[in-house]
Design a protein around this ligand. Structure first.
Ligand code: SF4
Length: 324
């Protein structure tokens, strides 16, 4: 699941620069080749419509900015991303350490194991210098020790970084949930709980948990994969040690699903317009805003030129600020 110190939509994974071109022609609206050069499916009456294969981050990317979506998922070769962000490195390191914690036998899940786990998974890219990296490592170790100290070593989640997948009339959805717990629900029967780790500077609240489309889609998919109710979603913010939770209803999950399907239809329409020779810039317009400063594609995007420049370590620097 996406997590990061910086803007919430930054992918958690560490980006690896590709050998692709600079994509300068894209700013002129030249129609790029459709995804992977796949031939357009022929449509026949009665033939089932193509499902939109997606993850939460793919849908979120389009919602945040259609142009950013195009750079990530439509243009081939994809434009080269900017350099790696330290907040993505930090988020990836913490997430992997948490995953590996649960891979240990319960009798080895002790506080003195945490440093070894974090060291083994530490991603070094993007920090200003070794001093800043060390400081963030110590900070992350504190978060993990404190967080894991509050867990029962013998409690095994139902799933850790578990992929859940489901199909609807429009979507072929799949995503990797940070953690799926099985806990007693309001009537005492076991229910699923979706847990998402956060490592950003700002804390999260119940509105964030309620409004997260990703969490709602995970709940929808997990319920069908495990054939158990899944209503509760939680954001575990490691820097503050707080948990923001929301109890969904079937109706609130259905609303989020419906919005996701609307987004998928918009994306498919835009992709078809480009495949049919339409103007790619018009099909995938820019959506300039505060996120541009953190966008991996800002140097390819005409709207990104006006955004303030952020250093690769700007977001983690704020984590170290005295009031953080
Ligand atoms: S720089 Fe801004 S407008 Fe351009 S692709 Fe990135 S987020 Fe979208």
């Amino acid at each position: 699941m996406a997590a990061g110190v910086g803007p919430g939509w930054q992918d958690r994974g560490v980006r690896r620069p590709t050998s692709s071109t600079t994509g300068s022609s894209r700013s002129r609206g030249a129609a790029p080749r459709p995804r992977g050069g796949q031939p357009e499916q022929l449509g026949f009456d009665g033939m089932p419509e193509r499902l939109f294969v997606c993850t939460p981050s793919k849908l979120g990317s389009y919602t945040d900015c259609p142009r950013r979506y195009r750079y990530s998922y439509v243009d081939r070769p994809a434009p080269q991303k900017g350099p790696p962000w330290a907040h993505n490195s930090l988020g990836a390191s913490v997430h992997t350490a948490l995953r590996n914690w649960y891979a240990l036998p319960p009798d080895r899940r002790r506080p003195d194991a945490v440093a070894g786990l974090l060291k083994a998974t530490w991603v070094r890219e993007g920090y200003r210098d070794v001093e800043q990296e060390r400081e963030l490592y110590r900070r992350a170790l504190d978060w993990l020790e404190s967080y894991l100290d509050g867990l029962e070593p013998g409690d095994d989640p139902l799933g850790v970084e578990r992929v859940v997948a489901v199909k609807t009339a429009v979507l072929a959805f799949n995503g990797r949930a940070d953690r799926i717990d099985l806990r007693p629900g309001p009537d005492g029967e076991p229910e699923l709980v979706i847990v998402d780790y956060k490592t950003g500077r700002s804390g999260t609240d119940a509105d964030d948990a309620r409004g997260s489309q990703a969490l709602a889609l995970y709940a929808y998919a997990a319920e069908r994969v495990f054939r158990r109710p899944c209503r509760r979603v939680e954001l575990h913010h490691l820097p503050s040690g707080t948990i923001a939770a929301h109890e969904h209803t079937p109706e609130s999950i259905a609303r989020q699903l419906s919005r996701a399907e609307d987004t998928a239809r918009d994306i498919m329409a835009a992709e078809k317009a480009v495949a049919d020779g339409g103007n790619a810039d018009e099909a995938f317009p820019t959506s300039p805003g505060t996120l541009c400063a953190w966008c991996d594609y800002r140097r390819h995007c005409p709207a990104g030129a006006d955004a303030p420049v952020k250093e690769q370590w700007s977001a983690v620097e704020r984590l170290l600020a005295p009031d953080a």
